[in-house]
Design a protein around this ligand. Structure first.
Ligand SMILES: [Zn+2]
Length: 248
């Protein structure tokens, strides 16, 4: 019976390569040397990953505070589920939120207006462009999570995570802008209270969505009420917007 041989090299060569290959660090793995505590969760992480990925943690270690001796830090105001995604991003440069539906990679984008989405399948050729979210797994419930993660990322000084969360919020708004599960008024309140006033990314994508879809706020409802309570933002939303029945 023929002996099965590896494609190249001897078995010993391959074993050596496996043993000498650098091992990718992972959240909660056996070599973790520092604890991040949020609410009732304790995440075991690597100090060097925290230092590299977050100026907040880098500063904490440089200051050599009590956390360094204790080998743990407690972030009392941070949601434990969201912190898991923040740490996930530190290790993998991405995070995956629970649930969601895959946007089909076939077909054309039908998300820009409700009429296009609900209208006949054979729409005018001008609308036939591929969806910018094709293949992504999205859920309306993700909007609030992306916004909260954006705020945590800002606190921890993680610019790349802010960009990632911003892109996530943008994608969810593109597909689910009129979905009730979006809880848009709550999302607006969170974005305009938990992110810095001069940091416009998340704020602007929400304002743009309202500008693109006046039906979300023009008559009544939670978003209408939120805008009435926030006149500065109402002014922003109304600027450049031409009331259709007054336009020539
Ligand atoms: Zn689309």
């Amino acid at each position: 019976m023929a002996k099965i041989q590896p494609d190249s090299g001897t078995f010993n060569d391959i074993t050596d390569k496996v043993l000498t290959a650098p091992k990718k660090l992972a959240l909660n793995d056996a070599t973790a040397d520092f604890a991040v505590i949020c609410e009732s969760r304790c995440y075991m992480v690597h100090r060097r990953v925290l230092e590299k990925e977050s100026p907040y943690f880098e500063g904490m270690f440089r200051f050599n505070g009590v956390e360094v001796d204790d080998k743990k830090v407690k972030l009392s105001d941070v949601d434990m589920y969201l912190m898991k995604h923040v740490l996930e991003f530190m290790y993998n440069s991405e995070y995956t939120l629970p649930s969601g539906t895959v946007v089909p990679t076939t077909g054309y984008c039908n998300h820009t207006t409700a009429a296009l989405r609900d209208g006949p399948l054979r729409g005018p050729a001008i609308f036939k462009r591929k969806c910018i979210c094709s293949g992504k797994t999205l859920s309306p419930s993700h909007l609030m999570m992306h916004i909260c993660i954006y705020a945590i990322a800002d606190y921890l000084g993680m610019a790349a995570l802010k960009t990632y969360a911003y892109q996530g919020a943008t994608d969810v708004l593109h597909v689910y802008w009129d979905d009730e599960e979006l809880e848009l008024a709550d999302a607006l309140e969170e974005a305009f209270t938990s992110t810095p006033e001069d940091d416009r990314c998340i704020r602007d994508v929400l304002i743009s969505t309202l500008k693109e879809h006046p039906g979300l706020w023009v008559d009544e409802g939670n978003v209408h009420e939120w805008l009435n309570d926030n006149p500065k933002e109402l002014e922003e939303v109304e600027s450049d917007w031409v009331v259709p029945w007054f336009s020539s």
